[in-house]
Each structure stands twice: as structure tokens, then as C-alpha cells.
Ligand binder design. Sequence first.
Ligand code: SF4
Ligand code: SF4
Length: 449
Amino acid sequence: MGNVMKVGTFLPPPDARVSGSEPQGTYNPGELRGIIRVNQDKCVGCDTCRENCPADAMMGEIGVAHKIDLDKCIACGQCLINCPFGAIEQMSFVDEVMGKLNDPKVVVVGIPAPAVRVAIAEEFGAPPGTLTVKKLHSAMKKAGFKVYENNLAADQTILEEGGEIVGKIRYWVLGERSKELEEFGKHPFPHFTSCCPAWVRYAEINYAALLPHISGARSPMLMAGPSAKTWAALNIWKVDPVKVYTVGIMPCTAKIFEASRPEFHAAWKFLREKKIIPDNTPKFPDIDAVLTTRDLAEVFRRKGINPLEMPEEAEEKITEMYTGGATIFGNSGGVMEAALRYAYQVVSGKNPPSWDIYAVRGYTKYGVKEATITLPLKDGKTITVRTATVNGIKNHLDKVVKDVLSGQSPYDIIEVMNCPGGCINGGGQPVQPMGTSWIDPLLPLRLKV
Ligand code: SF4
Ligand code: SF4
């Protein structure tokens, strides 16, 4: 194991899922509560977690063991990766996934997110930022996973979200009216991204009036799950979809929560409607379990696999292919950039002069990165799009949202990622010694801003 901190984990308690048919507090039936918890024996009440909590969910006096207000908690894990005493723990599905990997009747599909491939190597002693893509795929296959790239699904997300942005431009900016565009009339600018489940839960709890502004596109993980259980199961792997068990492999603890949301059963619905599975098939989720980057490292350790020693996988299957627009999702500004590339191409009918839109990209210590982008139209006119990339909810989001709600916002498209710098700094990533996340300005950064 490399120079990273060991993070405590716990099995999902029997009452972790909200039972019955009524919401409990801020949770809907079926959702997981308490994904992050404070170990009362280890917490010294130093308050570092409160300093890093975006949702004001941490309770307790200085010097006294802290607790989490679960109705406010958005499960982001920022408290965990910043705790200097290793006192914060994460609910883990490693045991369940190991059981599935060891069961020959189950087809286990791993869905690795972009930020995992630049972090998993740290758990095995490589320097932060070491990129492993094909070694990671090889290691996953050796462990028994089939690979469905989350990046492939990120490309789908951009087709959908970019399509929404173009639809809104046609309705709200160009004044077009048609049956096809009617729906966009209910979703005004500014447009907010929807990939970050911590942000979506934060908005639901604190700013419900904002929901019509948030993209309706599923996050890549929730696009990958149903695609793996339908298209890939039937056409690529040629297996019974009911035997497919999907595992999101994410840099993010909030993804554990997102997978449990009751609305995500699209594969089950589709397969029944198409009579591919019997009507009485019990309901199954699009994503069965989520492993964090740290959890995946634990699976590899239990299986005796070091991904750094694996060969570069030569064969690339269709479920492992993706574009550069998808792989930038892991960094702040990446979703925005990919959406703008798509919008540019569709509204102008030509490729942008450069695929790199640096103005929207990257981490800024000021929290909100602003840009003005010009999009040419097919008739020779141009439109201007004002963008904001919010680098971390804590300290930076509330003013942006209040301006939107009061009609004063200068922006047209707003990307929100809960974690400072984006998912690369997510709550499921390897934790540096002393529990300071690697993007902390005190650490020697190799990040170019
Ligand atoms: S998981 Fe996130 S929201 Fe919950 S207590 Fe920790 S920092 Fe706060
Ligand atoms: S920014 Fe990324 S890692 Fe952090 S909570 Fe959102 S989706 Fe998860």
C-alpha cells in the first residue's frame, strides 16, 4: 500500500434503507441514509470536518465528538477526506461485490469513472496523478468484472444535455416555437448541470425552486447502468440481463446515495415492456452497488491484484471506447466544456476552431470560474453564452443561486460540482496522510490552473 491513509468502512446496517412507502425526513423510500458516519471513539472534535462540510451538516462543540445531521448531509465525503484523525468512515459494499465476483452465476459489470483511473495508482504506491486506463481495465477483468466505461455513458450524457442546451437556445434565444420545443419552455436559463448527485441533493433540500433549471439528463453512471443491463447484455455479452449486476466505480461517496434513488429502475421497466423478461420479474435497480476508488483498491488487494503490475490491455471492446469529451468530466469545467463543444457543432453546423475551451476549464481558488463564449449560427449571426463553473458548493454556490432566484444572474449555463476542483477531489478518492485532500493549497500541486 502506498502513502495514503487507511479509511474506516462499515457494512450497510439493516435499517440503512428507508423502508415503507413514505419519505423519512429528506429521504425517499428505498434511499440509503448514513453513508458517511463519525467514529465517536476516534473523533477529537477538532472541527476540521465542519470547515469542509458544504451542507452545514456537522454538529458538535469543539473538543467533543461530532455527529452528522443526516437530513442535511449530502453524502459527499468531503469531511472524510479532510479529517486529520481518520475518524470519519464510509459505508462499503466491498463484501457484497466480492460475493458476486465469486459467484459464477452472476455477470458483474464494473463501470469506472474518469477520476478513478488517475487515482487508483496512488493506493498502490504510485505518485498522485499517475494515469492508468488499460492497466485498470486489465486488473478489473482479472478480478472478474466485465468493463462498461463510464466515459462511454458520459458521451451519452452530453448528447442528451447538449441537446437540452440547444433546445433551450432555440426556444428562449431564437424564439422558435414547435411541438418538439414545447418542453424547453418549462426549463428556463440559466441551465444547471446535473451530473453531481451531491449538488442535486443539495438543491432538492435547500433550493427546490431551482429544479426546473437543472438538466434532466441522468449522470453518466445512471446512463451506464441501464445500457449495460439492456443493450450490452443482449448484444455484446449475450447474457441474461437479469444475471447482470452493475457496479459503479466512482471517486464519490454521494454516488452510493444516487444509486439508491427509487426512480432508477429503467432497465427493469424497459425489459418488461419489451417482453424480454417476464412480467413478474422482481424490480431491480439500474446500479446494484457503488464502490469508491478506495473500495476498488480493497477488492484488488483481496484478490491479490496490483493494477500497476498488470499489462496494458490491448483489446478494446466497444463498451470500453469513449471520446476526450467524456474523459474531462472528472475535472471542474469538464461537463461544461463537453456541452459547449456539442452546442457549437449543432448550432453552427461546423467544428469549433479548437476542441479545447480553456476559458471554462479548471480549478480556481476564487470558487467560480466565469467565461463568455461566442457561438456562430448557421445564418452568419452569433450568440453569446455566459458560463460559470462552480468549484465546490461550500462558500461559492449560495450567491450564484440567490442571483438566479432573484432574476439577477449574469449566467446562461452553470456547472456545479460539489467537490473543490471536481470529482478528481471526490470523497471516495485516496486520502493523503493527515487527511488533507490533495488539492489543498498547502500540498505541492502539480495541477495547472
Ligand atoms: S458527507 Fe458531506 S454533507 Fe455529509 S457531513 Fe460530510 S461533508 Fe457534510
Ligand atoms: S463533485 Fe464529483 S465526487 Fe464530488 S460529490 Fe459531486 S459527483 Fe461526487
